[in-house]
Design a protein around this ligand. Structure first.
Ligand SMILES: Cc1cc2nc3c(=O)[nH]c(=O)nc-3n(C[C@H](O)[C@H](O)[C@H](O)COP(=O)(O)O)c2cc1C
Length: 488
């Protein structure tokens, strides 16, 4: 049985001794960040702050705050209910490999998989716990323990929302995790970067002549697979709630909003309903970001709340981003593992890939390939720069299949040995992540590919390529046997 909601996940974390309740009052301004940062850098537990406190009037919120829920590999695996994240990757691989059945035997064999698939589509329900309290008039964001994360932040930010929109063009749904700066009790920023699904929907509003306002619903806290699916850069026509159903192997239950036709997870903790308006674009930021630096002020739509619904005793869920590694590294790791099979579908020569924490997702990707023809590494680079999500990769290092991409020391050692910089480094211009602060222009800049594979004569390399130093296997086994006696 999949987790139905956030609290079932919390209970599981508690049983696994992966959650610590903090009963001391702690300020939502900076103090929760400092505690969480120390805990997350030490691979510590998820934290449930039972008495988050407002420094403005020194009062405690009545709503507890959960943070660092996905902050280790183990918790990520508990969230996805798998023994290893690789199990999810394997299920995706199997799904992608499904071919139309040929004979009766094949048909029968496929049946269980197809039945599995039938259960992934969202289920529409009339009511749900998120409707236990419906506030159409008397609502305010001031009731929620929304954090100011870092000293130079422009204000308080909702950091782990599921932002739900529908395309004015196709009617398709998008769910994305975009931070929201609190402007006042009923207005926030909507920081969807220009390449993201929500921003694309907003642009189409004007193009389709569908008025100036677009309905938006924001769900806070749900079962963990649904929350994680909001951070996945899925293809535009794939609904995150369907993907969440695939991840949890049970449909996500959705209930209609009070003030719009959008649907939200029925078991969410809190839902903010409202709209964005083409005529209300405001300055948002700065915000201490994934990169470990502040992202500077920029212009983003304002989100106007029209209604708030929530459970009777909701839990507010948050995260912090900042100097790596933090909780977001593990969310990124889920993205990495889940996307590898999708990438391999188009690039079967890719054996593995890794985005080390220090690269803060978009700055560094290491890819191992089975090289088959001259210039193969560059073909892979160009293809990756064309993939959604991966297109922002600033440095892309392509290595041979005998390099373990997860061992960054091995990658550095072999790549640095194997390159002739002038020959093996390729620069391209193109779209860059909106968080990129060094590019010549916002959203546009250069990217670098490093071909760190062995070079072939057919690539113009006519010297001998040396062998890697490895000890003789028989000697190793002889030494293994005498090792104890050596007293070392
Ligand atoms: C903790 C966290 C915060 C994020 N904040 C933002 C954000 O403020 N703006 C943004 O565009 N993407 C943000 N992202 C990345 C998006 O959630 C991610 O790119 C996702 O794929 C977007 O969904 P979409 O492809 O449907 O637009 C964040 C990711 C995480 C893990």
């Amino acid at each position: 049985m999949a987790y139905q909601n956030l609290r079932e996940f919390i209970a599981r974390l508690e049983r696994e001794r992966q959650l610590k309740r903090i009963k001391t009052p702690v300020d939502v301004d900076l103090e929760i960040t400092e505690i969480t940062d120390r805990v997350s850098k030490a691979s510590g537990p998820a934290l449930l702050f039972e008495k988050p406190r407002s420094p403005q009037n020194n009062t405690e919120y009545h709503i507890p705050l959960l943070i660092n829920a996905f902050g280790t590999r183990q918790r990520l695996e508990l969230a996805l209910e798998v023994n290893s994240v690789e199990d999810v990757a394997r299920r995706i691989e199997e799904l992608l490999e499904m071919r139309p059945p040929e004979g009766l035997f094949d048909k029968v064999r496929l049946l269980p998989k197809l039945a599995d698939l039938g259960s992934i589509f969202p289920k529409h329900v009339k009511d749900g716990p998120v409707k236990e309290v419906i506030e159409r008039q008397d609502f305010s964001l001031a009731r929620f323990p929304i954090m100011k994360c870092w000293p130079q932040d422009g204000g308080r930010f909702i950091t782990l929302p599921m932002v739900i929109t529908r395309s004015p063009k196709t009617g398709r749904r998008n769910v994305g995790c975009y931070r929201m700066q609190v402007f006042d009790e009923r207005t926030t920023g909507m920081h969807w970067q220009i390449h993201k699904g929500g921003a694309e929907h907003f642009r189409w509003l004007d193009r389709q002549g569908k008025g100036r306002r677009m309905e938006v619903a924001v769900a806070l806290g749900a079962d963990p697979a649904t929350m994680l699916s909001a951070v996945l850069p899925l293809p535009e026509d794939l609904d995150e709630f369907i993907f969440a159903g695939f991840l949890r192997q049970e449909p996500v239950e959705l209930v209609k909003c009070e003030t719009s036709d959008l649907e939200v997870p029925a078991h969410a903790e809190i839902v903010l309903e409202g709209y964005v308006d083409l005529d209300d674009i405001r300055t948002e930021g700065p915000f201490g970001d994934h990169t470990g630096f502040y992202s500077l002020e920029d212009r983003f739509p304002a989100f106007h709340l029209t209604c708030v619904t929530h459970r009777k005793n909701p839990i507010y869920v948050s995260t912090i981003v900042g100097p790596p590694p933090m909780e977001d590294y593990w969310m990124g790791y889920a993205v990495e593992r889940i996307f590898l099979p999708l990438m391999r579908k188009q690039l079967p020569e890719v054996l593995d890939m890794h985005m080390p924490a220090e690269g803060v997702f978009h700055n560094l990707m290491i890819v191992a390939i089975r090289k088959s023809y001259p210039g193969h590494a560059r073909k892979v680079m160009n293809a990756i720069w064309g993939l959604p999500g991966a297109m922002f990769t600033k440095c892309l290092v392509v290595v041979d299949d005998d390099v373990d991409v997860h061992n960054v020391r091995e990658v550095a050692w072999k790549a640095l040995n194997h390159i002739d910089p002038e020959r093996d480094i390729q620069f391209v211009l193109g779209p860059v992540d909106q968080l990129e602060h060094a590019s010549r222009l916002p959203n546009f800049g250069s990217k670098m590919g490093v071909d760190a594979t062995r070079k072939w004569p057919s690539e113009g390399f006519n010297r001998r390529w040396p062998d890697e130093i490895k000890m003789d296997a028989r000697v190793k086994s002889r030494i293994d046997k005498m090792w104890k006696d050596l007293g070392l």
